[in-house]
Design a protein around this ligand. Structure first.
Ligand code: ATP
Ligand code: MG
Length: 372
């Protein structure tokens, strides 16, 4: 049986709630194994979790998508005996590629204080053996190429090296639900992912404008679902034509077509707030970002948000576009988002660039009966 050490970060700071978070993380890891058809057991030991599985290498890339995990290390175990511990440390050092020209440091920890050697003594003794056998240099700073950990427990010693990074954040489904407005674009799937990373169960809502964009939105929901351990991504698709037809008609009658984009966004938020109420979600998430397009200037954001019954979360509000794009690449949504796109069918010939609040409020009164 192989063993993987799972380190979590922030949830360790949650005081008395810690157990709730760790329990959630454990369930999510189990869900990850199950959904990827991997057999394994997950156990909690103090500040860490361990995954016992025959498929260590296969499990690692999947576990790297479980929110709340800071890092993962495959672990070898040895009996509580310095010779055995040293032998395993050497095996770990070799598989981590230690040799001349590379550096390492030792990091021993005694969870079981009955072991006869202190941590510094273990470090010195095992480190010297590794140095002599591999020809690698010792570097006690953070800059060392490899850190070899030795953890002394009551029953055995655990030895590990390479740490594979996890996504960090909080365990999914530990923070309640949100409705995420998802388009076929770059930003909104990233915004939803950021909220998932903060532990929120995301219910995607998409408005169909064209088959092309809807296909992209749904494909990106599937990408998000690859991170959704402990939660299921089930997008709701609504016809945008049905929502927009009466709005467009009324704006036409009022010769106010230039306000279409703002009413479009306001209508989406209203519909999302209703859905949130229906499914017990506490907020709405969008991919909006100050200044990106006309409907995302601060005055526009102020207007479209007015009177929406749920808080609107905009996790990307202050990001630069290059940073959002880099995140989209890392998450895996970028290629889908940047595929051939189809423009919005409701886009008027010209849009308001300096919308005035009094005019907005007046129009909103005049459209009250056609808004969702
Ligand atoms: P994105 O890249 O996320 O599409 P964008 O920069 O293109 O954003 P807009 O088209 O103005 O900006 O959309 C602003 C936000 O409104 C989006 O981030 C998304 O949350 C939501 N949204 C836009 N179009 C749709 C749609 N068809 N269905 C659901 N939500 C949408
Ligand atoms: Mg868009």
């Amino acid at each position: 049986m192989g063993l993987i050490l799972v380190r979590y970060g922030e949830i360790g700071l949650k005081g008395r709630n810690r157990n709730v978070f760790v329990r959630r993380l454990r369930l999510n890891i189990k869900d990850c194994l199950k959904r990827n058809h991997l057999a394994g057991e997950v156990s909690v030991h103090g500040q860490r979790l361990y995954v016992e599985t025959d498929a260590v290498e296969a499990a690692l890339p999947h576990l790297q998508r479980v929110f709340g995990i800071v890092s993962l290390s495959p672990v070898r175990s040895a009996p509580l005996d310095m010779e055995a511990i040293t032998a395993e440390a050497l095996a770990v050092a070799r598989s981590a590629g230690l040799g001349p020209g590379r550096t390492f440091r030792m990091e021993a920890r005694r969870a079981y204080k009955g072991f006869p050697l202190t941590s510094p003594q273990i470090n010195a003794q095992v480190g010297e053996a590794v140095r002599v056998a591999t020809g690698a240099g010792v570097d006690l700073s953070d800059a060392a190429d490899v850190t070899i950990g030795v953890e002394i427990r009551r029953e055995e010693a655990l030895i590990f090296a390479a740490a594979h990074p996890g996504p960090g954040g909080l365990p999914l489904n530990s923070q309640g639900r949100v409705v995420a407005l998802i388009s076929g674009g770059i930003d909104s799937p990233v915004a939803a992912w950021v909220m998932m990373k903060r532990g929120c169960g995301v219910a995607p809502l998409h408005f169909t404008q064209s088959e092309v964009e809807t296909a992209k939105a749904l494909e990106n929901c599937q990408v998000l679902d690859r991170y959704a351990y402990g939660w299921r991504i089930k997008p709701l698709v609504v016809s945008h034509h049905e929502v927009m037809a009466p709005i467009v008609e009324r704006l036409h009658d009022l010769r106010a077509e230039r306000w279409t984009c703002l009413f479009c966004k306001h209508a989406m938020l209203r519909r999302a707030a209703r859905l949130a109420e229906e499914i017990g979600a506490h907020a709405i998430v969008t991919g909006e970002n100050v200044g990106q397009v006309a409907s995302q200037t601060l005055p526009s954001l102020e207007m479209i948000s007015l009177g929406i019954a749920k808080p609107i979360l905009r996790p990307l509000i202050g990001y630069d576009k290059v940073d959002i794009m880099a995140l989209a690449r890392a998450i895996g949504t970028f290629d889908v988002s940047t595929r051939e796109s189809q423009g919005c069918p409701f886009l008027p010939p010209s849009v308001v660039t300096r919308p005035a609040m009094d005019k907005w409020l007046e129009l909103r009164e005049q459209l009250a009966d056609v808004l969702p």
